[in-house]
Write a protein of this length. Structure first.
Length: 254
């Protein structure tokens, strides 16, 4: 099987981004002008040898771009609404690594849905390399979707994420086991609508469901389902030292 050139894949990812979000009044327009962007030739190069009827698959992918842009604009608007530091939509689209990782996931997922091998993972691994955000193209992610900061986020292949979900840095949606025999089974959790996952939380297992409108606090380790409208948090303990001294915690480590 032909392996696409990594640099060629990165160039195509950048060109498609520029195609969807040009530096002009069409930034938020759903009209996509393929005539002004030299995308066809580099696309042909990376699709070549991966699938039969290369041109047919390439066109099917191009046909998804308008829908993909519509979804991405909703993602960007949700990030803008969710982050008090964000001042305008163009800032989110042009600068935010979380948005770029979501963009890479969405185009990779579109290609993955066409059963094209290798290429979807190459796209999301490019995003992983430059943002520190690792989203498998096989994951199912609703819209709008928000990633804030994002570094260290891992979303596994069979994860299912609903609409209006917010993730912060260091979140892991992983599997309880990496046994190869479970490759065809659902191994990663389901996150329902309107859930917030704060930094450092780890949610594992294909049968684990985080119910809608729940909040998972920072550093929580979760391996079982929780009901909708739940709040789960990691309890921290503060010991104030005084002149009478204090008892050393048994898990004190230097």
């Amino acid at each position: 099987m032909h392996i696409p050139n990594k640099k060629g894949v990165e160039i195509v990812v950048k060109k498609i981004f520029k195609l969807l979000f040009p530096d002009n009044e069409k930034l938020t327009s759903l009209e996509i002008d393929l005539s002004v962007n030299s995308i066809n030739e580099p696309l042909t190069d990376i699709f070549n040898g991966l699938v039969p009827e290369n041109e047919k698959f390439q066109q099917r992918f191009l046909d998804t771009l308008q829908t993909t842009k519509s979804i991405l604009l909703k993602d960007a608007e949700f990030i803008l609404e969710s982050d008090p530091a964000a001042k305008q939509l163009i800032e989110v689209i042009a600068i935010y690594p979380g948005f770029f990782a979501i963009y890479c996931y969405r185009i990779a997922h579109s290609i993955d849905q066409l059963s094209v091998p290798l290429l979807p993972r190459m796209i999301t691994e490019y995003a992983h390399k430059i943002t520190g955000i690792d989203i498998h193209p096989g994951a199912t992610i609703g819209s709008p979707f928000s990633i804030d900061h994002g570094t260290g986020i891992v979303i596994g292949e069979t994860a299912v994420i609903g609409n209006f979900v917010k993730l912060y840095q260091g979140v892991t949606l992983g599997a309880l086991s990496v046994d190869k025999s479970k490759a065809s089974k659902k191994r990663h959790p389901t996150i329902e609508d309107n859930v917030i996952l704060y930094s450092g939380c780890t949610i594992l297992g294909g049968e684990t469901i985080v119910g809608r409108n729940s909040i998972i606090g920072g550093n929580v380790w979760l391996t079982e389902s929780i009901a909708p409208f739940s709040v789960v948090y990691h309890k921290s303990e503060i010991i104030v030292r005084n002149k009478n001294g204090y008892q050393e915690p048994i898990n004190f480590i230097i």
